[in-house]
Design a binder for this molecule. Structure first.
Ligand SMILES: [Zn+2]
Length: 106
């Protein structure tokens, strides 16, 4: 199921290269190296990641606010290190996002 963001979408989508820069910055901070970062329409999730290192984000994520984008981006990138939603995953996610951690990406 696709988690509903708390706020209305932005009027203008964040440019693809700006979003890519956000993903790159978080990848560096988390210490992961996604092989491919894709943005394409996704019906049921905001993001996904494959064991082959491909990370995919829903196109409409680019119209979400920065805090929601961050939550999805960090979740997907972190899955490259921890490919599940275990306690460990949640505690690391919390360490990066600080405080409130509601799973949003997948
Ligand atoms: Zn997930």
């Amino acid at each position: 199921m696709k988690a509903a963001p708390e706020r209305e979408p932005l009027e203008k989508a964040v440019p693809r290269d700006v979003f890519q820069a956000e993903v790159d910055a978080w990848a560096e901070r988390i210490g992961v190296h996604p092989k491919v970062v894709q943005v394409r329409p996704m019906k049921r999730k905001w993001g996904s990641c494959s064991t082959a290192g491909r990370v995919t984000f829903d196109t409409s994520l680019l119209r979400q606010h920065a805090d929601f984008r961050k939550r999805v981006v960090v979740e997907e990138l972190l899955h490259l290190r921890v490919p599940n939603h275990s306690k460990l995953f949640k505690s690391v996610l919390r360490a990066y996002l600080g405080g409130s951690v509601r799973r949003a990406g997948c």
